[in-house]
Design a protein around this ligand. Structure first.
Ligand SMILES: Nc1ccn([C@H]2C[C@H](O)[C@@H](COP(=O)(O)O)O2)c(=O)n1
Length: 215
């Protein structure tokens, strides 16, 4: 994820937004909700689901990440079920088999319990995940999209969270400043004061590697 001013300014020329993220060292700093939701989005990129890549990130009271997950087939079942969503036979649709991001984040936790943790979920958790989240002690759900709000799974999920006293809130972002760039080349130009052309930099790195291979 880019943390340099120049990269951030590629997508955002608004100084006021930039100033909100200015760290004491003068560098762009990814803070709070943005950081955790960005992690959830990044983790979602690991999903093989061709239509929806969903990620989730669980954070404890000390603001440490204690579990991440994305929507995927159960362990050992990868490639054994189709990602088809419209098959006539419901047993041939992905929905029967896929593990949701929130469920996987809980199962992947690296701490003993999730008491008082919050979860950042790219979409609002379904009712089955809601039960798991409530039972694990999660106290807050932060979601990016509520695009499934019309589905019974989401309506039931909201009822469950309300009944259990779990706070739910939407992650708000400025649509004009919705992008964070991740650039693997950044580490090599960070200390050079000036950003080189990424293409030239990558080309010169591969030329150097080829030269070393031939030596
Ligand atoms: N709260 C949710 C809801 C859905 N997912 C997963 C399940 C599927 O892999 C995908 C949804 O597929 P679509 O109907 O958009 O083709 O997202 C989840 O992880 N969490």
């Amino acid at each position: 994820m880019s943390t340099s001013k120049s990269t951030r300014m590629d997508v955002n020329n608004d100084e006021s937004i930039w100033n909100e993220h200015l760290g004491i060292n003068g560098k762009y700093v990814l803070k709070g909700d943005e950081y955790f939701m960005a992690i959830a989005l990044l983790v979602g990129k690991r999903s093989e689901d061709p239509s929806s890549q969903v990620g989730a990130c669980i954070v404890n009271e000390d603001q440490n990440i204690v579990g991440v997950g994305y929507n995927g087939m159960p362990n050992g079942c990868e490639n054994k079920f189709s990602w088809e969503k419209y098959a006539d036979n419901p047993l041939e649709r992905k929905y029967m088999y896929v593990c949701h991001a929130a469920m996987n984040a809980v199962v992947n936790k690296n701490v003993i319990n999730l008491k008082n943790c919050k979860i950042y979920n790219v979409i609002f958790p379904c009712n089955e995940c809601a039960k798991i989240l409530i039972q694990s002690g999660i106290k807050e759900v932060v979601f990016l999209s509520d695009k499934r709000c019309y589905k019974n799974e989401t309506i039931a999920s909201k009822k469950l969270f309300e009944a259990a006293g779990v706070i739910t809130r939407e992650f708000k972002y400025d649509p004009e400043n919705s992008k964070i760039v991740i650039d693997f080349c950044e580490i090599d130009w960070d200390n050079k004061k000036k950003r080189p052309s990424v293409q030239n930099e990558c080309e010169s790195t591969s030329k150097k590697m080829a030269k070393n291979d031939n030596a």
